[in-house]
Design a binder for this molecule. Structure first.
Ligand SMILES: Cc1cc2nc3c(=O)[nH]c(=O)nc-3n(C[C@H](O)[C@H](O)[C@H](O)COP(=O)(O)OP(=O)(O)OC[C@H]3O[C@@H](n4cnc5c(N)ncnc54)[C@H](O)[C@@H]3O)c2cc1C
Ligand code: FES
Length: 371
């Protein structure tokens, strides 16, 4: 597989039409498996994208511009895509939220990926992404979107890498010449950690209805606010936030503080949020019993009550995964026997030989996985 192969030549989509007739002949691999040998961006069915530009605006993030193949249907500000890269011969899929306006004229889109200290894909992209890199892509998805028609007042709150979907919303609103009031409140460790600092300052200066408020948690000078979220920050940034729709994306601590504030003030219905990381799993009721057996790996470990993905990793296995929160299905494996519980819905499944998502299921007693 050549997902990481630099693109060599451009191909016209018109040349693809006759290729469809070869699809049946190419079974079981599919014609795209053969076409990628010619050129990784030449596909009949698969959506891929070529990195065309790489910028490093902060020390711990990389901003990629991607040119998708003709199958791309675009996105709405706030949504995410699943991106697949091949690292050491294994395909790895992760979710990333486009940060550009949904109206970008050249059909390309932009991702900003923060390098997590132990993160596999984010470290890989930060270290190795270069123009010509071809990645796998899934169509944009997700319900974290601006409503239509647009509300009269909008608050966009982000922290760290959570800036991307709300940056896309801000850029989209500006391109629409949105006439309502927008406050963009962003939390970062220091000024150096704000990926779109210059553009944010320009938007704030150029538009009377846009106010950018920067809050630094580890810098006591510069910026507009300092320290971790406090409700006085919201009062200072957007005193009218009770009458607005608020869109929030950030690290778990910030998400929790703001969600609690909105709930305590009867404003939960006005808050829309996107999680980048899974919420901690609530411990199972009652005793945790049994063992999890990984058949193909010939490993059995005592059931610890965590998700099956966490337990498999703790047992020394490296199952494929992406979002770790039930979105991307890349962790799906066959449960051959035993009972599992979906940690999000509480639903219990005791059917044999069924597909389950490891990241959102835990074992209830003995479970055997074809892993
Ligand atoms: C809907 C959605 C949109 C996203 N959009 C973006 C985006 O625009 N920009 C961006 O940089 N990231 C985004 N993410 C996060 C991204 O998908 C990856 O989780 C992140 O890049 C880490 O992947 P990794 O392979 O480097 O880490 P992994 O190798 O998967 O994990 C390494 C360690 O880091 C922990 N970890 C994994 N993800 C996170 C996280 N998000 N926060 C804290 N710890 C984590 C894991 O538990 C593990 O211990 C988004 C996630 C979701 C679900
Ligand atoms: S890792 Fe994405 S659904 Fe499990």
């Amino acid at each position: 597989m050549s997902l990481l192969t630099p693109a060599r030549r451009r191909f016209s989509p018109r040349r693809l039409a006759p290729l469809a007739m070869f699809e049946a002949l190419a079974t079981p691999h599919g014609v795209d498996r053969y076409l990628e040998l010619v050129h990784p961006m030449l596909t009949v069915r698969e959506l891929r994208a070529e990195v065309t530009e790489v910028r490093r605006n902060t020390a711990d993030s990389v901003t990629l511009t991607l040119r998708p193949t003709r199958q791309w249907k675009g996105f709405e500000a706030g949504q995410f895509v699943q991106l697949t890269v091949e690292i050491d011969g294994v395909r790895r899929t992760r979710c990333y939220s486009p940060a550009c306006s949904q109206y970008r004229a050249d059909g390309r889109f932009e991702l900003t990926v923060k390098a997590h200290p132990e993160g596999l894909v984010s470290q890989y992209l930060n270290a190795h992404a270069a123009p010509g890199l071809v990645v796998g892509l899934a169509q944009a998805d997700g319900v974290f979107r601006l409503p239509t028609p647009r509300p009269d007042r909008i608050v966009l709150i982000s922290g760290g890498s959570g800036i991307t979907p709300v940056m896309s919303m801000l850029r989209t609103l500006c391109e629409e010449d949105y006439a309502g009031e927008v406050v963009f409140l962003h939390y970062a460790f220091t000024e150096k950690h704000v990926p779109y600092l210059d553009e944010l300052r320009e938007l704030d200066a150029a538009r009377d209805n846009v106010r950018v408020v920067l809050a630094y948690t580890e810098q006591s000078t510069g910026g507009d606010l300092h320290g971790l979220f406090h409700q006085k920050h919201l009062t200072a940034a957007a005193p009218w936030h009770a009458d607005a729709e608020t869109f929030l994306c950030g690290p778990p601590g910030l998400m929790k503080a703001i969600t609690s504030h909105y709930a305590a003030h009867g404003l939960a219905g006005h808050l829309h949020s996107e999680d980048f990381a899974p919420a901690p799993v609530v411990p199972a009721d009652g005793d945790v019993t049994g063992a999890v057996t990984y058949l193909r790996s010939d490993v059995t470990a005592t059931n610890a009550g965590e998700t099956l993905l966490e337990q498999a990793e703790a047992a020394g296995l490296s199952p494929e995964h992406g979002c770790r929160m039930g979105i991307c299905f890349s962790c799906t494996q066959i449960k051959t026997t035993g009972c599992t519980q979906n940690v999000r819905t509480g639903e219990v499944n005791s059917d044999p030989d069924v597909e389950i998502q490891l990241c959102i299921n835990r074992a209830v007693g003995d479970v055997t996985l074809d892993l």
